[in-house]
Design a binder for this molecule. Sequence first.
Ligand code: ARG
Length: 463
Amino acid sequence: MTTSSARTPAPSYVRTPAAGFLNSLSVDRPLVMYDIIGSIAHAEMLGTVGIVSTAESKALVTGLRQVAREVSSGTFGWRDDLEDVHTNVEVRLTEIVGAVGGKLHTARSRNDQVALDERLYLRAALLGIGNGLVGLEEALLTRATAETDSPMPGYTHLQRAQPVTVAHWLLAHFWRFERDIDRILATARRANVSPLGAGALAGSTLPIDPAQVATRLGFDRSFENSIDAVSDRDPLAETLFDLALLSVHASALGEEVVLFASTEFGFLERTAALGSGSSLMPQKRNPDVAELIRGKAGRTIGNLVSLLTTLKGLPLAYDRDLQEDKAPVLDSVATVGAIVESLTALVVQLRFDAGRLAEATSDPALYATDRVEQLVAEGVPFREAHARIGQSYADRGAPGPTVLESNPVEAVRRRSSPGAPAPSAVAHQCLTARTRLVAHRASLSSLGRTVELAEELLNEEKR
Ligand code: ARG
């Protein structure tokens, strides 16, 4: 292999004084391994169909693997003058393998190349977040299983409404994250289409085989329309929506932890897990972690709006505006990864104050509906029972104490309709939740296999 960069033609895009403005290297560098993986599959395909010789294809693949080793060992010399990650890889490859490096980009454009890199990146990123979410669900479910007999007030309008249990409350959050995993898996499935072979926008006159590249990289199929393939950013937009909604869900749990750990509620002990102290006030134990989880939703919503705004009204096919697609996605993936990790640790360490919960659930106001339903069970029409009980609360603040508020555990056991907080119903809920977790694990591991299949291309002739 020659290493003479002297006779190596570097990619010669039009030089412009705006080079710095056009440069995307600081943003797209994290895509480098996916760029190399995609190039290996492309180089193999060029060899298979005879656009380059078998020896040339092998030289390109071997050289690309060396580039990958340089990147992972930190010896790769990033060049800011080369505009983006794609050009950095191609130029270094050509330094390593010599003139044959100039054949790598045959029948390919950076337009289909960047779209491919993004889909490879997204699969791995969605897998990482999905796996993190499974851990969070596991934590919520474990905590819930131990708290099925712990009554707590349930709220609407943030006013005490009806009795629930700590388990039922935790599981309410579980189901939100359960739908988040579902969405993430669906997004990954729709994203699993290879755009390589679309070229700049109109395919190629050469006998390329996009389906071979797709199969080699673990995609379900290759694109149907070359114009759509280079302009489609739906997988990125969907990912940003999924992550924005996930962080909205996390923010609601964060907010409830903040509230419940306040002196006013006192349902949660203010353990160190919730945050840190104040630099000024020695008595403070602030729920910083929960607050920051609540606060970070602002960023992920902003990232979604940012990409949708970039995409709105863009003409087909590729436009340079699309370069702005990466920063919001990378930021949301990192932000949400951190949110899920911190939230999981937080859930594991939540300590409930049984005394405060008992005090709160002995409030007769929580059982007004139960009283109405007792009358209904005795044959009183609901509206009449509602009016009678409503009047008695208005007259005396509450009717005389009954078994309900003196035994909240018993009271909540009576709320045994499907999906309700009674321990019997919650046991059923836990079972369904467990089943969903198992299904998600299976789907994530098949997504994991597609990610691994692509990453195996970096290894020397293992296959
Ligand atoms: N840096 C570009 C991007 O992220 C790569 C594609 C450039 N394509 C082009 N025709 N200039 O979108």
